[in-house]
Design a binder for this molecule. Structure first.
Ligand SMILES: C[S@@+](CC[C@H](N)C(=O)[O-])C[C@H]1O[C@@H](n2cnc3c(N)ncnc32)[C@H](O)[C@@H]1O
Length: 266
């Protein structure tokens, strides 16, 4: 995948190993790393759209993963669609969302859909995988292409404080019984990105009690400078750019862990 370290032979592609454990891993991230719970993120979006974009009915999530956000939006009456590059993650989204929800297997910046949406979102810090200005700009242009004029684009990413907080030799680990994992973070000396090595031990139903499947994934997460995001947004035809502190009405600040960016397509 573009911008990602080349994994040693035998390592799975990004999210192939994580997919079956993702929802529980995400619960842990919400409780341990302060990510906003999905229902609260959806409440923020619903309120934000009601006050600023009352026409929002249909929503595309790029990098939708297992569909956790789309499920919350569907429960609130929105018509949802999703896109992700991982077939394994989309398989879980299909189970969660049912057969009718359009789900597209594609890798950004490509968004191969032939319709326009009232809103496009991306949740779970997925855009931190964008490897720099060219990648981000191409993605923003694709988003603008599938968003109706006056439509809303919202995404969240890890802020500088979060990336720095996981710097150097920080290691996080958890033993949840049939699932255990270790996250090892190492910031690039340049400060431009952070490499995260994720080691997972998963007990699968039907296997002997002491048998765990071990897999390792390597993830490179990029720091996205606010000035870069503003410039790319402007050049791609977005206006009304704002950055909120973790799905609240308050503006992002130096200690913000999760930035929630909002834009309008001109
Ligand atoms: C942390 S998960 C977030 C999933 C979901 N949005 C959520 O809120 O739970 C990141 C997702 O981004 C997807 N992803 C990363 N880079 C991508 C790209 N270039 N194109 C499409 N999907 C991508 C991964 O496959 C993964 O499912």
């Amino acid at each position: 995948m573009k911008g990602q370290p080349c994994p040693p032979e035998g390592f799975p592609d990004l999210y192939d190993a994580i997919a079956d454990a993702y929802d529980r891993l995400d619960d842990w991230i919400v409780s341990e790393w302060g990510e906003k719970p999905r229902p609260e993120r959806a409440d923020f979006l619903q309120k934000y759209w009601a006050s600023r974009f009352p026409a929002v009915r249909n929503v595309l999530e790029i990098c939708c993963g297992t569909g956790l956000m789309l499920e919350q939006l569907a429960l609130r009456g929105f018509e949802v669609s999703g896109l992700d590059r991982s077939a394994a993650m989309l398989g879980h989204a299909r189970e969660r969302l049912g057969p009718e929800v359009p789900l597209v297997l594609a890798e950004l910046p490509s968004i191969p859909v032939s319709r326009q949406f009232d809103a496009v979102i991306s949740s779970g810090a997925a855009l931190n995988y964008m490897s720099g200005e060219d990648d981000l700009a191409a993605t923003f242009r694709s988003v603008a292409g599938v968003l109706r004029p006056g439509g809303s684009f919202v995404f969240d990413i890890l802020g500088r404080a979060m990336m720095d907080g996981h710097a150097g030799s920080d290691v996080w680990a958890a033993d949840l019984g049939d699932l255990a994992f270790i996250w090892e973070f190492e910031n690039a000396p340049s400060g431009d990105y952070c490499d995260a090595t994720y080691t997972q031990f998963l007990h699968r139903e039907g296997n002997p009690a002491d048998s765990y499947e071990k897999t390792i994934e390597l993830h490179r997460l990029y720091v996205l400078d606010p000035e870069l995001i503003r410039r790319v947004a402007r050049d791609s035809g977005f206006i009304d750019t704002a950055v909120h502190d973790n799905y609240t009405d308050g503006p992002a600040h130096d200690a913000t862990l999760y930035e929630t960016w909002t834009f309008t397509r001109a």
